[in-house]
Design a protein around this ligand. Structure first.
Ligand code: SF4
Ligand code: SF4
Length: 138
């Protein structure tokens, strides 16, 4: 994937915070020790390959507007390579961010394309359906 011209992470550090990064022995939730909370990475030039490779869907999807940047909605939109799920991974302090009407409408729209859409917050997760219904995953 390639990021879209005009889009940049800026002050967003959601993926350096909310996601588990096994290569760095970093659990989901706390910021990576190399993370500059105002935006950036203290080891940017030598950051691991997993960090170089990661791009959230906001960064790579032209139709996702500036107000859907992950730090602005409290949710990282991303693909899960193992399950092919379309995921909304919530910031640790904002477990219901996926219910934000703007985010939820987007997730329902994606579900209508036939994708499996899942919102995650810590150990909890919910499937979002094309009908607009949702429920916990089992
Ligand atoms: S979550 Fe997306 S926009 Fe935010 S820092 Fe990571 S790649 Fe950049
Ligand atoms: S090493 Fe840098 S890019 Fe990777 S998670 Fe930590 S702060 Fe983010």
């Amino acid at each position: 994937m390639t990021s879209i011209p005009g889009k940049a992470c800026g002050s967003c550090v959601m993926c350096c915070t909310a996601l588990e990064i096994p290569e760095l022995k970093k659990p989901a939730g706390p910021p990576c020790p190399n993370c500059i909370l105002s935006g950036g990475c203290t080891i940017y030039a030598s950051r691991p390959q997993v960090c170089r490779d990661f791009e959230c869907l906001w960064l790579t999807t032209r139709t996702l507007p500036p107000n859907m940047r992950p730090d602005r909605i409290g949710t990282i939109l991303m693909e899960d390579d193992d399950t092919e799920e379309y995921r909304a991974v919530c910031a640790p302090g904002r477990p219901l961010a996926w219910r934000n009407p703007r985010v939820f409408a987007h997730l329902v729209a994606v579900a209508k394309t036939g994708r499996t859409v899942v919102a995650k917050a810590g150990l909890s997760s919910w499937r979002i359906f094309a009908s607009g219904e949702f429920g916990p995953t089992v």
